[in-house]
Design a protein around this ligand. Sequence first.
Ligand SMILES: Nc1ncnc2c1ncn2[C@@H]1O[C@H](COP(=O)(O)OP(=O)(O)OP(=O)(O)O)[C@@H](O)[C@H]1O
Length: 218
Amino acid sequence: MLAAEALTFAHPGQTAPYRFSFTAAPGEVTAISGPSGSGKSTLLDLIAGFLKPSTGRLLLDGTDLLPLEPEHRPVSLLLQSDNLFDHLSAGRNVALGLPHGTARSDAERQVRAALEEVGLTGLAAQPAATLSGGQKQRVALARTLLRAREVLLLDEPFSALDDETRRSTRALVGTLTERHGWHTVLVSHHADDVAALAARHYRIEAGELAEEQVVSSP
Ligand SMILES: Nc1ncnc2c1ncn2[C@@H]1O[C@H](COP(=O)(O)OP(=O)(O)OP(=O)(O)O)[C@@H](O)[C@H]1O
């Protein structure tokens, strides 16, 4: 279980600090919504370690992540776009998720398997710049698979996609989250993303997270 306990933070000049508490279970998507400027990206930055809270705890299965620098946290982050290096192939982008020193033949096998798992069999050699928006998000998810970190943060990951691609990419996130036991935290403005994916839903209201009833749709 990922649990934030009263993470308190204020940006410079902010008079009323954020005070975030939530829980996210493994194998589930926890959605965060709220109006523009309400603090959704700030919350993800606190979990990822790019911002440091003044008080509170951030526990993953009982271990406090706050003392860890971002690169040592068991966290992957996927943004709306620009998740890939365009000058590298799809396969090279995925391979960035492997530990340094992975033997070449082992790396190639793992990259192939990860691309297959996200539905991109045979695309390893294709330059990332030539992929569609949906394919790029799938490549980023394949890299996340190889990183094998327990927490996946998604910041409006479907916003740049057309409706059909959005639905299929969303379904893939749900499947991977369940299969790999990720604690997936999804920031989205879209009620249909929340309804399709989320097991829990929090809204940011007045600087705090308020849990909402989830009304699921297939
Ligand atoms: N580095 C910073 N310094 C000062 N204020 C900041 C900084 N970063 C963000 N803020 C302010 O903090 C508030 C929350 O910003 P944040 O980006 O977390 O909101 P958001 O809910 O993700 O917004 P959006 O939906 O528009 O992306 C905003 O009022 C923003 O202007």
